[in-house]
Design a protein around this ligand. Structure first.
Ligand SMILES: Nc1nc2c(c(=O)[nH]1)N[C@H]1C(S)=C(S)[C@@H](COP(=O)(O)OP(=O)(O)OC[C@H]3O[C@@H](n4cnc5c(N)ncnc54)[C@H](O)[C@@H]3O)O[C@H]1N2
Ligand code: MOO
Length: 417
């Protein structure tokens, strides 16, 4: 049978993308902590202070010297002279001597001489000036030491670190509210097809709502890219040319649809007409995702995504997401295509299936827990369907040397964004 397209192995795509991205300078800008979620650091960040800046109690109770509690028990309590109370948010003037205690709230600053805190429930107040304690404490018990979290000048985050919500808390705690970060990748998403209408429009017979503009823009925005949803452009050479030209100031332009060799598929000619070097590769040996196009036009990468929604999604997750990681400063160009372990999990397949030898195949799976193990239920379906992706939690990759998977096999899964 005549091949519809010559399919290139993914490595060939990686090589072309790598050699282009290696020459690209990823610009940086000042980032404010309030807008820092998913941004990538352009410099290492060292702590400017000790955190906490002073030793603090982690309980409500009494600051004491641990040695004074030695041997105390319910039958043989130790006694302390209560010399006062420490106020929250203030440095105390109290000086603690042996056999003395100062009342302290959770988070309060310890007097310099104290090295442990008695919990209130391990004590009894005998009178206004005396407490007894039934507990023997080790040095450092019920407190966090000065600099226990991080010390001044200690490395907190490395250049290339992508900021998560928890990281933003750490920076706030250190008072680091402005820093140098990589600019977000600027990405435009165009959909083509005369059958397409926007999600809010009423559909006539033969019309289909645009899925890819929405799913792909949402995916890339979540990754931290600055995404522009251009919308639907009619399948006409001049209209598409004008639309594409308008977006060539971006780092990356995605066009979904019009990538196969159908009557109206003029994308290749169009891309070659817009600038140099033009189309580098057409046809990718993954399933779904066969008719993927890779082009570079005067410094902008253009990817032609297959129109089928699951195909567009797969090519986006496998190829485009990696490009965006590099453009966002999260990954070195040399490491493109090497999966990040933090997105991988292992699970047992609930049923076997056959796959295409010669094409890397990507199958959405539903992950469920069965007592102490994870089960992966493959959601087998055509690439023109979208709901399998919506129901799936992860994607299973079948290498192109394999013809399928057996029930019960332990497989590695990539979590879906
Ligand atoms: N004779 C052959 N025909 C096709 C082959 C083949 O090997 N031989 N490959 C098929 C495969 S695989 C794919 S994938 C598609 C790719 O086609 P295009 O990228 O040119 O996309 P279109 O033809 O424009 O659309 C395909 C399909 O997807 C729907 N579509 C397109 N855009 C969207 C969108 N934004 N949202 C929702 N749905 C979309 C469109 O309506 C079509 O149904 O080619 C096969 N053909
Ligand atoms: O390659 Mo198509 O992308 O199999 O659906």
């Amino acid at each position: 049978m005549r091949e519809f397209l010559e399919l290139n192995p993914p490595e060939k795509f990686w090589e072309e993308i790598k050699s282009f991205l290696k020459t690209k300078i990823i610009k940086t800008e000042k980032i404010n902590l309030d807008n820092a979620l998913s941004r990538v650091l352009a410099d290492d960040i060292y702590s400017p202070i000790d955190l906490p800046p002073f030793s603090r109690s982690t309980v409500d109770g009494y600051a004491v010297k641990a040695a004074d509690t030695a041997g105390a028990s319910a039958s043989m309590p130790s006694y302390f002279k209560l010399i006062g109370s420490i106020k929250m948010g203030e440095k105390t003037e109290l000086k603690l001597k042996s056999g003395e205690a100062a009342a302290i709230p959770t988070g309060g600053m310890l007097p310099e001489e104290a090295d442990a805190v008695l919990m209130i429930e391990d004590t009894e107040k005998i009178n206004q000036n005396t407490i007894e304690s039934f507990k023997s404490l080790a040095v450092g018990e019920n407190l966090v030491q000065k600099a226990e979290d991080i010390a001044a000048d200690e490395l907190l985050f490395k250049k290339g670190h992508k900021l998560m919500a928890r990281d933003i808390g750490a920076l706030a705690g250190l008072g680091v509210t402005e820093f140098e970060g990589f600019k977000r990748a600027e990405v435009s998403v165009i959909s083509t097809g005369d059958e397409l209408i926007s999600a809010e429009a009423d559909a006539r017979a033969g019309q289909i709502r645009d899925i890819n503009s929405y799913s792909i823009s949402a995916y890339l925005s979540k990754m931290g890219a600055e995404t522009k949803k251009v919308g639907i452009i009619e399948d006409d050479f001049e209209s598409l040319k004008t639309a594409l030209k308008n977006e060539l100031d971006k780092d990356l332009v995605l066009i979904s649809g019009g990538s196969s060799v159908g009557i109206k598929d003029m994308t290749i000619d169009l891309l070659n007409s817009l600038g140099k070097p033009g189309v580098l590769l057409h046809g990718l040996a993954i399933k779904p995702g066969k008719p993927t196009i890779l082009a570079v036009i005067d410094g902008t990468i253009v990817i032609g995504l297959p129109g089928h929604p699951a195909s567009a999604w797969t090519v986006n997750s496998v190829l485009v997401a990696e490009i965006v990681r590099v453009l966002n400063g999260e990954k070195e160009a040399a490491e493109i295509g090497i999966p990040n372990n933090k997105y991988l999990i292992k699970a047992e397949l609930t049923r076997g299936f056959v796959s295409d030898k010669g094409r890397e195949e990507y199958i959405p799976v539903k992950v469920q827990r069965d007592n102490d193990k994870l089960l992966a239920d493959p959601l087998l379906g055509k690439s023109s369907l979208i709901t399998n992706l919506a129901y799936g939690d992860a994607v299973l990759k079948v290498p192109r040397t394999q013809e399928g998977k057996e029930k019960g096999e332990i497989v590695e899964l990539m979590l879906i964004e």
